[in-house]
Unconditional design. Structure first.
Length: 391
């Protein structure tokens, strides 16, 4: 059964069967809810019902959908999209049940008015910001009064002309520049759609889910990567920290979908030359600073790996638990990853591809790259996530 929640500023559909929520519209004016929308719901589930109505006009239209006034064109378009979605049954792959809640977060205007989700966890006092452009997490504060954990370049632009430099950009479907697509693919160059903002993990975690489908990507990218796929990205503030989960589904019916990907974490540090990175002992890596030569990291580094010069390495089969110790701030960032088999370590150290603030960040990026990344069979999905915790 579908239940509609009508409230400012969003209209949510809560599908109780699998307890999945969908954020349908951010329109503040719900007066022009179209009959298309309701009939789409009714055709799928005659028991569609409205609960907790806060808007009298909406209630009236829902009560008499067939005779409702013609809806606004914009909302009709949204309604048609929803109808298509319902008919096609393109469901979210995230199985964890969510409960829509204003407490979990809301849409706000980000820099230059770009749409942005502000997530809050009232229990842990964490706050995060996620731009729909690139589904980029640009800010994470791990507790009340805590410092910003992510680095944003002073040269970052927030006008959709290029990826946001900093935060956690998503590299997909191509990690790096070796391929037909721009460096790191196009997921960070396009607008994602907000699917829902809800409470999960028994109400202890705040989450937003963003989606991207191949059909919504610009023709230029579709030509260079001619595969049908859907991508879902859940950003969650839970009792442990910040969780970012990426799920890719191959929508091709008769061919495989190959991709490489990474969560390009820009961690903010006080001084990159005064950090130690843990977890890379004895690993093989591709050295991008040395014509992609394969090398092996020293056997055991009990005191961690220092960053004393430019590094650009893609470590193969990296352990799922990694950490970076900031010896000035006396903080530890732990990275617990799954699905992303590899991990990239990057800092330009003032050299080529640098950034004015290069001393203030380290990129530790859960990656799938080695062994040709991931190849999905028709209708198959892949999920990779990271959980960041700061102490
Ligand atoms: O595209 P950005 O954010 O400037 O990051 C670029 C860097 O991203 C890293 O992941 C790569 O390993 C580097 O080779 C590359 O230079």
């Amino acid at each position: 059964m579908f239940i509609l929640y009508a409230g400012n500023p969003a209209l949510l559909v809560h599908r109780t069967g699998i307890r999945e929520s969908r954020l349908i519209s951010h329109r503040r004016d719900l007066a022009s809810v179209g009959s298309t929308f309701l009939s789409a719901l009714k055709s799928r589930d005659p028991s569609a019902a409205l609960v907790r109505p806060k808007h009298s006009v909406l209630q009236a239209q829902l009560n008499a959908p067939e005779s409702g006034e013609p809806a606004g064109a914009k909302f009709n378009q949204l309604a048609a999209e929803l109808a298509q979605e319902l008919a096609g049954g393109s469901e979210s792959g995230f199985t964890d049940a969510g409960v829509p809640s204003d407490e979990a977060g809301s849409m706000v205007e980000g820099r230059n008015g770009l749409p942005c989700v502000r997530l809050t966890n009232t229990q842990t006092k964490q706050v995060a910001e996620v731009y729909l452009f690139g589904a980029c997490v640009t800010s994470w504060k791990a507790r009340q009064g805590a410092e910003e954990m992510l680095y944003i370049s002073e040269e970052a632009v927030f006008d959709r002309s290029k990826p946001i430099r900093g935060g956690i950009p998503i590299c997909f479907p191509q990690f790096g520049s070796d391929g037909a697509l721009p460096n790191h693919g196009f997921a960070r160059n396009v607008d994602w759609k907000l699917h829902c903002i809800d409470l999960v993990e028994n109400g202890t975690a705040s989450r937003c889910v963003l989606t991207l489908s191949s059909e919504e990507t610009p023709a230029l990218f579709r030509e260079a990567f001619p595969f049908k796929f859907s991508a879902e990205y859940a950003v969650t503030l839970n009792l442990r920290g910040l969780r970012c989960e990426l799920r890719i589904t191959n929508l091709e019916t008769d061919r495989e979908l190959p991709f490489t990907a990474a969560l390009h974490n820009y961690f903010r540090v006080r001084d990159v030359s005064k950090i130690r990175v843990f977890g890379y002992d004895n690993l093989e890596y591709m050295d991008k600073m040395d014509s992609n030569a394969m090398k092996r990291e020293e056997a055991v580094m009990l005191s961690g790996l220092p960053v004393e010069a430019a590094v650009d390495r893609v470590y193969k089969n990296a352990p799922d638990e990694l950490a970076v110790f900031d010896m000035v701030a006396l903080t530890v960032m732990k990275i617990d990853k799954r699905g992303f088999t590899d991990c990239t370590l990057w800092n330009p150290f003032g050299g080529s591809g640098s950034d004015p603030g290069w001393q203030k960040f380290i990129c530790i990026e859960p990656t799938v790259f080695h062994n040709n990344g991931v190849t999905l069979k028709p209708n198959e999905s892949w999920t990779g996530y990271q959980e960041l915790s700061a102490e």
